[in-house]
Design a protein around this ligand. Structure first.
Ligand SMILES: Nc1ncnc2c1ncn2[C@@H]1O[C@H](COP(=O)(O)OP(=O)(O)OP(=O)(O)O)[C@@H](O)[C@H]1O
Ligand SMILES: [Mg+2]
Length: 271
């Protein structure tokens, strides 16, 4: 009996269930110019898992993940009610260091945002402002993070060339390595593969599956099959609300809500 319990505890999925979530969104309402964009969002994001957020255009997916690292703070007319906890502390508490929050909760956008600098300088762009690094340390970080983003083999001989000389798929992986260089705990990705061809998209999907060993990932996608391939948990949003959420198996094989079923079958939601 004791042996059975011990072996169960070694199973990482059981351990994860016992752990507190890395992110806990509770009763979050977001208003932009008094329009209620997000409605009573309650969401727990477990450590070392991929949580995919799916839903039709305009359902609030980007607004939700942009609230998690407080990028929305800069939007004119933005107001919120409710709370978001990152590792048990409110991200809205007074005197919080927002730069440090964004270092811990990194973000990758839909279109690759490559700076007019070399490939190596792009990887180091965020980190070199916060740390003094020797030449050797810089070279080590560049190699490590380009390897983690599955780009090293393609660029190791051209690190001094401009980031913009890379293909769009490579540029997106470069942006991911720049985010990883900041050593975040959570990575938020807002449709990172929507402008990529299927081969580049699959490379990023594979990378996500490798990265979740070390990071907690929140991944917004329009691509239902992509969510099925990579997600541990799926959150379905429509018109600013979470309609349903659960494990990938629960959502894809036994979803309870007709709106979820309709969206999964023909990507249509009559919200
Ligand atoms: N800065 C803004 N000002 C006014 N309305 C906004 C702003 N940002 C978002 N919205 C509105 O909030 C709603 C949710 O937008 P959001 O971008 O979060 O949706 P989404 O699910 O990410 O859509 P998509 O799949 O097209 O990216 C939309 O109706 C959008 O028009
Ligand atoms: Mg969006």
């Amino acid at each position: 009996m004791i042996q059975e319990v011990n072996s169960e505890l070694k199973d990482s999925s059981v351990v994860t269930k016992l752990e507190a979530p890395v992110l806990n969104v509770s009763g979050l309402d977001v208003f932009i110019n008094k329009t209620n964009i997000l409605k009573d969002i309650n969401l727990q994001v477990p450590r070392n898992q991929i949580t995919c957020i799916i839903g039709p255009s305009g359902s609030g997916k980007s607004t939700l993940i942009r609230s998690i690292n407080r990028i929305n703070d800069d939007v004119l007319g933005y107001e919120k009610q409710g709370d978001i906890h990152f590792q048990n502390a409110s991200i809205f508490k007074k005197n919080i260091d927002v730069a440090s929050l964004r270092k811990n909760i990194g973000m990758v956008f839909q279109k690759p945002c490559v700076f007019p600098k070399s490939i190596a300088e792009n990887v180091l762009f965020g980190i070199q402002h916060s740390k003094k690094l020797s030449k050797i340390e810089k070279a080590e970080i560049v190699e490590k993070q380009l390897k983690a983003a599955a780009l090293w083999d393609e660029v190791s001989q051209r690190l001094d060339q401009r980031g913009s000389s890379l293909s769009i798929g490579q540029q997106q992986r470069l942006c991911i390595s720049r985010t990883l260089a900041m050593e975040p705990q959570v990575i938020l990705l807002d449709e990172p593969t929507s402008s990529l061809d299927p081969v580049s998209s699959r490379a990023i999907e594979k990378m996500m599956l490798d990265l979740k060993e070390q990071y907690t990932i929140v991944f917004v996608t329009h691509n239902i099959q992509q969510a099925k391939r990579i997600a541990d948990r799926v959150v379905f949003m429509c018109e600013g609300e979470i309609i349903e959420q659960g494990t990938t198996n629960e959502i894809f094989t036994k979803s309870k809500h007709p709106k979820t079923r309709s969206y999964l079958v023909d990507e249509y939601c009559d919200c």
